[in-house]
Design a protein around this ligand. Structure first.
Ligand code: HAM
Length: 439
């Protein structure tokens, strides 16, 4: 007999099980609350889009697009699909989204959002896919929480408010051992000249660079600044810095951003090497790193992308946003020991004897309606075994219903931490447990 195949989650993907999933829900729920307090609205986006959307936005030379996308053809992708495909786009290539800024811009154009009043302030929560080498904090399917502001204004106050919102959120979820790095990488007026200058300087030190950086001299010299290779660090330190080559407008924008950050008492560090791995950025770029994560320590990245909407065929539009890596943020919260106590099982209903079963079903429904988490065993159990299980499940209380209780119309409530026990009528029980829940 052939051995049965044991299925396992595909490399780079993982299951998030209870009780961890409660932490994830709380984390995402906190984002909903904080972002909505800044008047952002949620946008739900497809998980796959035209490959070309990402190629054009993120850039064909980036690692994300050139090596990391999961791409398939819509017309050849499904062996058993007898339906005719969308004939208008035969063989169109689509990719699982490696990020969502491109999708937000696509949706902004598609739904004519520039006609809506004010800036469009949108956020999203969901999975992204990149075929990276899996390691701690780096997965092939991972989760992001992102926010984007699109509209006519590029006022630095928007950048600062977005950063304030991000840090208020991190503070809310106890992710406090973080550092915010900011930079300006110029715009189409000043960056091309800087990139050319950088290229010339890099050519002079060619023999000291490794393969990736060598290739990037021609394809994307800015990315050399991102190199983590120890031998390249002293060379990079001698390269010309973009801050010395910004045009007047970019310089003024960056100066005003820093003023706005100071006004909001936001601490930051300038990092002239912060160029980011996606091509759409102009001017402001930023990243937040957190402790306890090793090499994959960026928990958020973002920046300005004025012109991206236009590049995708939409009207001239300014944009700025960020994406938080949920996987890494949660890892960092766990490593710091700052994990909040969340929910958990409130009450285990220990019923004994078939006569008490209807009462048990009834009180379980009422306690659940009051917002408590209740475990009602589906089959009768011996008293000792039931209380043992209640303990193992981490219940805070057991409600005991036996023949005596049914006869007297009362319930025995046992606090499992110290064994304290009292007899209560139904109304008293509901009142008591509800007030416990609010504590
Ligand atoms: P990103 O820097 O590529 O930016 O990703 C943002 C965050 O997602 C990273 O800081 C990291 O925490 C997390 N992340 C990225 N790749 C992985 C991975 N393989 N495994 C686990 N976590 C990962 C963007 O995606 C831009 N769309 C951000 C943005 C929004 N810029 C403007 N608006």
């Amino acid at each position: 007999m052939s051995e049965r195949k044991q299925f396992r989650a595909i490399k780079g993907t993982r299951d998030i099980l209870p009780p961890d999933s409660a932490l994830w829900n709380w984390f995402e729920h906190s984002a909903h609350e904080v972002f909505e307090s800044y008047n952002f609205g949620e946008i739900r986006l497809p998980v796959f889009e035209s490959t070309e959307l990402f190629a054009r936005s993120v850039g064909t030379e980036t690692d994300i697009v050139s090596k990391e996308m999961f791409t398939f053809s819509l017309s050849q992708g499904f062996k058993n699909d007898r339906q005719t495909h969308d004939e208008s786009e035969p063989g169109e290539l689509v990719s699982l989204r490696p990020e969502a800024t491109a999708s937000v811009c696509r949706a902004y154009i598609e739904h004519n959002m520039q006609a809506l009043p004010g800036n469009q302030k949108l956020y999203y929560i969901g999975t992204m896919f990149r075929r990276e080498r899996p390691q701690k904090g780096r997965y092939r399917q991972f989760y992001q929480i992102g926010a984007e502001v699109l509209g006519q204004s590029d006022a630095p106050a928007i950048d600062a408010e977005v950063l304030e919102m991000l840090l208020v959120f991190f503070n809310r979820v106890g992710l406090t051992r973080t550092t915010l790095y900011v930079n300006s990488i110029g715009d189409k007026t000043c960056r091309p000249q800087y990139v050319e200058l950088l290229r010339e300087e890099l050519r002079k030190v060619k023999d000291k660079l490794k393969e990736d950086s060598l290739r990037r001299i021609e394809t994307n010299p800015l990315r050399v600044l991102d190199s983590k290779i120890p031998e390249e660090q002293p060379i990079i330190e001698t390269l010309p810095r973009i801050s010395d080559h910004l045009c007047d407008d970019c310089r003024a924008h960056f100066a005003k951003l820093k003023e706005e950050l100071n006004l909001r008492r936001i601490e930051y560090k300038e990092n002239w090497r912060l160029v980011r791995g996606l091509d759409y950025y102009t001017r402001t770029t930023f990243e937040v790193t957190a402790e306890g994560l090793g090499s994959q320590n960026a928990v958020c990245g973002g920046g300005r992308y004025d012109g991206l909407v236009e590049l995708l065929g939409g009207p001239p539009t300014k944009g700025i946003g960020f994406a938080i890596g949920t996987d890494r943020s949660i890892l960092s919260i766990e490593e710091s020991g700052n994990v909040p106590k969340l929910g958990g099982l409130a009450v285990y209903i220990a019923w004994m004897g078939q006569a008490s079963y209807p009462t048990a079903v009834n009180i379980a429904r009422k306690l659940r309606a009051a917002g408590l988490s209740i475990e009602l065993p589906p089959e009768e159990m011996k008293f000792k075994k039931a209380l043992g299980l209640a303990d193992k499940l981490g219940a805070r209380y057991a409600v005991i219903i036996g023949e005596d209780e049914v006869a007297s119309g009362t319930f025995t409530l046992k606090r499992l931490a110290d064994g304290d026990q009292k007899k209560l009528a139904e109304g008293e029980l509901l009142e008591y447990l509800e007030s416990e829940r609010r504590r």
